[in-house]
Ligand binder design. Structure first.
Ligand code: 5AD
Ligand code: SF4
Length: 484
């Protein structure tokens, strides 16, 4: 999964102190305190964590808590954490130190660590960071009310059990921080791959697929509420497989994509992340067949060198990956392709690094997320290999791949001028309130002057200019679908 934002308060854009979520009762938990208690939650890491925060909010609101965006007045401060690289964990540690000050002024406030760091460090967090009152791993969010009650009584509140079947399929996520147009839907949890560098199989457990019909009904409800784009989420969405025990039918990812696409032709469908070994021709044919399945695939390569890929246990080599790229381009010629790359993995030589640069030259990705290798304790790579590429060399290699990627993006974007794309309006541009922002099917961000369109409108935009990350254009008049 690719990173979204380094840290984000659930309600940062809402600006209210506390509020009630529609459809949930207003009641306090503690008898001695008739006022509802308030919780504040901050989220770090990947889209999956942001999606989990919507589940956590649902669980807490149902239990009578009110959400707040002001941690100074919160009774419960939660951090939903990421362990993917060491710097992600350091950010959370800094944040915990900051919250320690608040606890000094408001000793009754509880502080909880949720998500991947909770799973990785378990009760160490309670013992080391004396500030933490509760620790909940990614499969224990239903248990939060009990954990909070235990912490209220001054008891140790830890649940880091991983489950083989928890999918939270029956919980209605609360979309508190949403733009009202696009939403995430989790379709699988956990990961069965064992990429040697990756901590996710240890923090999120075994892969499980959610009931297909609960996914369809969530997507349909979103559409009926005015949403126009859903992103199906999982560590490896292509391995989605759900068996209907009632009639024995087995639903694959390709089938699920089709079912979601058929909800309505003006509901866009995206998905992330695909593992190159699992993305099948059936999935590519589904993308090709349905205009509302977006023509964009996030296909992490990690390295362009077969020897490094083998040590990473990615289960494909350079030429196999390139064959997959060829196949995508053969079936869906205009497909946007993005990737993740790790530089400076154990034993990576200068020649290996050059192979990554040459693969990038060959593929010419539309977008790439690029990282320096960060050893994670307990992973197969940490056990088997030495993290022997010096930090300075990792930095040089990272800047080389970042520079190359920017060059590619600038060249690709220069070829977009004059083209017309259908853009789903997501809101006002951050740079200027006179401009709207949205994306095209290829996931490219497009900015254009606001001529009175609304969020959720599909607008045809002619591209006139570009930066390395954004296309700029003008709406083509009288040619758009109004938000229904
Ligand atoms: N070090 C650096 N990057 C990592 N990723 C996963 N584990 C590590 C690690 N130990 C990257 C991969 C993955 C993305 C989500 O994060 O590129 O695809
Ligand atoms: Fe980690 Fe590999 Fe699973 Fe992705 S597919 S979550 S990189 S183990």
């Amino acid at each position: 999964m690719s990173e979204i934002l380094p840290g984000f308060s659930l309600l940062s854009e809402i600006g209210t102190d506390a509020y009630q979520v529609k459809g949930f009762p207003k009641r306090g938990r503690k008898k001695k305190n008739p006022e509802p208690r308030k919780f504040y939650i901050e989220t770090y890491g990947c889209a999956m964590n942001f999606s989990d925060t919507e589940i956590i909010t649902s669980v807490l609101v149902k239990d009578g808590f009110l959400a707040t965006d002001n941690f100074l007045t919160a009774d419960l401060i939660l951090i939903n954490t990421c362990s993917i690289r060491d710097n992600a964990e350091q950010k959370v540690r800094n944040r915990l130190r900051h919250f320690r000050g608040i606890k000094n002024n408001n000793p009754a406030a509880l502080i909880g660590v949720l998500g991947c760091m909770a799973e990785r460090l378990k009760s160490k967090l309670l013992e080391e960071e004396k500030i933490v009152d509760l620790v909940a791993g990614p499969d224990s969010y239903r248990d939060l009310p009990k954990l909070i009650a235990r912490a209220d009584d001054g008891q140790k509140a830890v649940n880091v059990l991983l489950s083989r079947d928890e999918t939270y399929g029956d919980i209605n996520p609360v979309r508190v921080n949403s733009n009202g147009v696009s939403a995430f839907i989790s379709i699988t949890r956990g990961c069965n791959n064992m990429c040697s560098f990756c901590v996710v199989p240890f923090t999120r457990g075994r892969e499980r697929s959610r009931d297909a019909y609960s996914i369809i009904s969530e997507a349909r409800d979103l559409f009926n509420d005015g949403y126009r784009e859903v992103t199906l989420l999982g560590q490896n969405v292509d391995s989605y497989s759900w068996k209907n025990e009632g009639n024995g039918e087995c639903i694959t990812f390709a089938r699920l994509l089709e079912m979601v696409a058929q909800i309505n032709p003006i509901l866009r469908v995206r998905f992330s992340t695909s593992h190159p070994k699992d993305i099948s021709d059936e999935v590519l044919y589904a993308i090709k067949k349905f205009p509302n399945i977006c023509k964009h695939i996030h296909l992490p390569v990690q390295s362009g060198c077969s020897k490094v890929l083998e040590r990473m246990n990615r289960t494909y080599d350079r030429s196999w990956y390139l064959g997959k790229i060829e196949r995508i381009r053969e079936l869906i010629p205009d497909c946007g392709i993005s990737t993740d790359i790790i530089t400076g993995f154990c034993g990576e030589t200068d020649e290996d690094h050059l192979e990554t640069l040459s693969l990038m030259d060959y593929v010419r990705y539309d977008l790439a997320y690029m990282f320096k290798y960060s050893e994670r304790p307990g992973t197969p790579a940490a056990k088997k290999f030495i993290d022997n590429v010096p930090e300075e060399i990792k930095s040089v290699r990272l800047s080389e791949i970042v520079d190359l990627q920017h060059k590619h993006q600038a060249k690709i974007n220069a070829t977009e001028t004059g083209k017309i794309y259908e853009v789903l309006v997501e809101g006002t541009s951050k740079r200027s309130e006179n401009f709207l922002v949205g994306r095209n099917t290829h996931n490219k961000v497009i900015v254009f002057p606001d001529n009175g369109f609304n969020k959720g409108d599909y607008v045809n935009v002619k591209i006139t200019d570009f930066t390395s990350a954004t296309l700029i254009g003008n709406a083509v008049k009288f040619h758009y679908h109004k938000h229904l």
